[in-house]
Design a protein around this ligand. Structure first.
Ligand code: ZN
Length: 399
């Protein structure tokens, strides 16, 4: 009888899953000893020793010595080798794009952005982006730090398994576009795609406010209203990939028809176009808030209604998802920031009294680069979940 030489597939999977558990703990603690890893993960010390050795060889983690205690005994700690690999994040919105090159912590090393107004062919937009990605790849190669993947944030909805968009609203030309295979063949990188709101939630999960919190609701308010829900540290997808479509809860029964098919969605009254529609067509959001400051009664009335709607929506969402923290970002947020204390107070009055002091509503961490950082976080998450799959496919950096 001959024994198979290769390890059975399921053993590889067990190995990778165990590595993932270790990597998540190392990320959470920043620096941690093998003994602590054994305690926290319940893996045997032999397994921890072997797997951490493999991860050191892959270049993902490294040892560092720290002295601890009054006797100054040296302890060997494990931490990420943060500058060994790079990640590219790409945000494609309806009117612009942003490309960033970051280290594993999401720290931006290089960035580029541009306008896509009037361009409706995906291939033409990718042509604009191509030179940036190529030059970032060259830069990474010249430093000997390979790019492990390209993350993409783009308007949804999408078929994640097929790697293609479905029919994003107000995003002509992108219906059914096979974005993953197209980018993989253009750039030869691992490509991961997520819708912009959820990518933004991942930015918080791995690099922002979600590092210390398990249950987080991210809401982005701009041309639409989107959301991403992190539950027990994981981005929830739902049966149809529609989990956390916060912009489509009904706020105005029999209200305006929404692109989703429902009437009176929060998005139809609370997004930038929603506010402008309700106020006075043909104006910009800058003009709206200018009118508010000038004391224009119709603008002020519209703002009051917008803030009340927001209170209602946030109360409903708090009761639905029970998050430790609600994070709000998007293009509209800077205009709303000065009203957030009022909104917080309003929501507090409307939720269960015993959780009033636990309600936390905070602004998004990464401002206008939130989506692009989210695209990076998407790749980082795949690295933590499937390190062997990601790293064994990474080619040594080449010019
Ligand atoms: Zn809707």
């Amino acid at each position: 009888m001959t024994m198979p030489i290769e390890k059975p597939v399921y053993l590889q999977k067990v190995k990778q899953d165990n590595m993932s558990v270790l990597l998540q703990q190392i990320w959470k603690h920043e620096a941690i000893s093998r003994v602590e890893l054994v305690e926290l993960t319940k893996l045997t010390s032999g397994t921890v020793t072997n797997l951490t050795q493999d991860l050191i060889q892959l270049g993902l983690i490294q040892e560092s010595e720290t002295s601890s205690g009054s006797v100054g005994r040296k302890r060997v700690m494990l931490k990420y080798n943060l500058e060994r690999f790079l990640i590219i994040g790409l945000d494609i919105s309806r009117t612009s794009y942003e490309v960033i090159l970051t280290d594993l912590t999401g720290r931006i090393v290089k960035s580029a952005e541009g306008n896509t107004v009037g361009i409706h062919q995906p291939e033409q937009i990718l042509d604009l982006i191509e030179s940036h990605i190529r030059s970032m790849n060259h830069y990474a190669a010249s430093r000997g730090t390979p790019v492990i993947g390209l993350g993409v944030s783009i308007p949804g909805p999408m078929d994640r398994k097929a790697g293609q968009l479905l029919s994003p609203v107000n995003f002509p030309g992108w219906e059914n576009f096979p974005i993953v295979s197209t980018l993989e063949s253009r750039f030869g990188l691992h490509v991961f795609v997520e819708d912009d709101a959820r990518a933004s939630a991942l930015a918080e999960r791995w690099y922002g406010l979600g590092r210390s919190v398990q249950d987080l609701l991210f809401i982005t308010m701009g041309m639409g209203i989107g959301g991403g829900v992190i539950t027990r540290g994981e981005l929830v997808e739902g049966a149809n990939g529609l989990y956390g479509q916060v912009g489509h809860i009904t706020l105005v029964p029999d209200g305006q028809l929404c692109a989703c098919g429902n009437r009176g969605c929060w998005e139809t009254v609370g997004s930038i176009p929603g506010i402008l529609n309700r106020w006075s067509a043909g104006h910009s959001i800058d003009e709206f808030f200018h009118a508010v400051r000038q004391g224009d009664p119709t603008a002020q009335q519209c703002l009051t209604q917008t803030l009340r709607d927001m209170e209602s929506a946030l109360t409903t969402l708090f009761n639905t998802y029970d998050p430790e923290i609600i994070v709000i970002g998007g293009r509209l947020y800077p205009y709303l920031a000065m009203y957030m204390n009022e909104i917080r107070a309003g929501v507090k009055e409307r939720i269960y009294s015993f959780v009033r002091n636990r309600l936390t509503i905070e602004p998004a961490t990464f401002g206008s680069s939130q989506n692009a950082i989210g695209a990076v976080a998407l790749v980082f998450e795949h690295l933590l979940m499937a390190p062997l799959q990601i790293l064994t496919a990474v080619k040594p950096a080449q010019e």
